[in-house]
Design a protein around this ligand. Structure first.
Ligand code: ADP
Ligand code: MG
Length: 340
């Protein structure tokens, strides 16, 4: 038999490393929306505009009025593992921003036609950096940042083939933005598609934002609850049993302003409905947990959709108790109101 052949070990080119890493972070246009809007939120924006073309496949533009990026740092913003958000292990373990991995822009830029235009308060003009050419040019815009992403996955055809129709990809982008808008009611958001405005959520109270994003029904058919100890605040709204849905599509759970999926906490909420929700009916809820950053590890998943709590079991107990109480109160209130 022929001797097994091997090729020598070689370091991969930088561009390919980024494209491999992009596979973890950028699954579809909605992932780009999530990352760019997270960046805008981290930059302290009060107004964020998202524009889609072709469901986000042909184009995604995110504009914000945040702090901006100085011209001298623009090239760094596109480098892998370059971030302004953490400096050392201690800061990683107590992270307060949505981003910290310093890889989103590099990843997105490696699989699209990418540019970023930004201006800080002390700059005389904005600067545009085109990722492909690496060219920096003066540009016109007010303080803040515009990131333009065109033809996502044009250079990674295998990835591009996994995309669904434009309508489906757009629906995912819209849902991503809703999740972010719900957690940041003080920020105004608008969403455009093919030059038409689809959504506009002005800065509002938390309840007003819930109403604007989820519709009037959710407020009318849910009960608010809140609980607080020094290291932890849990607040939200739980849909009444009759508001349950056939799909788990109105389940919004946040940890420190970040939308997450967590089986333990989802179970805590579902279990509060044990007696009253039959079969596959899914509860609706909006729950935000604000917890000391040291109590939660957000660095367990490249997209940060999963987190790990130090005391997951304790949190489960508290959340279940709060949910049970919220439902019990609502039932008591209703039977008192019923005509005798
Ligand atoms: P991360 O958000 O994890 O730091 P990114 O690749 O998303 O990594 O962004 C890299 C850096 O570019 C950020 O740390 C930030 O300093 C800067 N940046 C990106 N987007 C914006 C924005 N919209 N406004 C201001 N700065 C930004
Ligand atoms: Mg980021």
């Amino acid at each position: 038999p022929a001797a097994p052949t091997r090729r020598p070990i070689a370091e991969l080119p930088d561009e390919l490393i980024s494209q491999i890493a992009a596979g973890e972070v950028v699954e579809r246009p909605a992932s780009v929306v999530r990352e760019l809007v997270d960046n805008a939120l981290d930059a302290g924006a009060s107004q964020i505009t998202v524009r889609l073309l072709g469901g986000g496949i042909r184009g995604i533009t995110v504009e914000d009025d945040g702090a901006g990026i100085p011209e001298s740092e623009l090239p760094l913003a596109l480098k892998r593992h370059a971030t302004s958000k953490i400096r050392d292990l201690h800061e990683l373990e107590s992270v307060h921003s949505l981003g910290f991995r310093g890889e989103a822009l590099a990843a997105i830029a490696s699989v699209s036609d990418f540019s970023v235009t930004s201006r800080t308060t002390d700059a005389a003009h904005a600067t545009r950096l085109d990722a492909r050419s690496g060219e920096l040019r003066p540009a016109a815009r007010t303080v803040g940042t515009t990131v333009e992403v065109r033809e996502l996955f044009f250079n990674t055809p295998a990835r591009r083939k996994f995309l669904k129709t434009e309508a489906t990809e757009q629906a995912h982008c819209v849902e991503t933005l809703r999740r972010q808008a719900l957690a940041h009611p003080g920020v105004a958001f608008s969403l455009w598609s093919e030059g038409m405005r689809l959504e506009h959520w002005r800065a509002a109270s938390a309840d007003q934002r819930l109403q604007d994003v989820l519709g009037d029904d959710f407020l009318l058919t849910s009960r608010a609850f809140a609980w607080e100890v020094p290291s932890l605040r849990v607040q939200g709204r739980l849909g009444l049993p009759e508001a349950a849905r056939s799909r788990a599509d109105h389940q919004y759970l946040y940890v420190n302003g970040r939308f997450v999926r967590d089986r333990t906490l989802a179970h805590a909420l579902r279990s509060a409905f044990d007696d009253v929700l039959h079969g596959q009916r899914q509860p609706t809820y909006f729950v935000r947990i604000d917890i000391e950053p040291e109590q939660v590890d957000v660095n367990v998943h490249p997209t940060k959709i999963e987190v790990r709590f130090r005391d997951s079991r304790g949190l489960h107990q508290q959340l279940r108790r709060l949910a049970v109480e919220a439902l019990a109160t609502s039932q008591a209130t209703r039977s008192e109101l019923e005509p005798q």
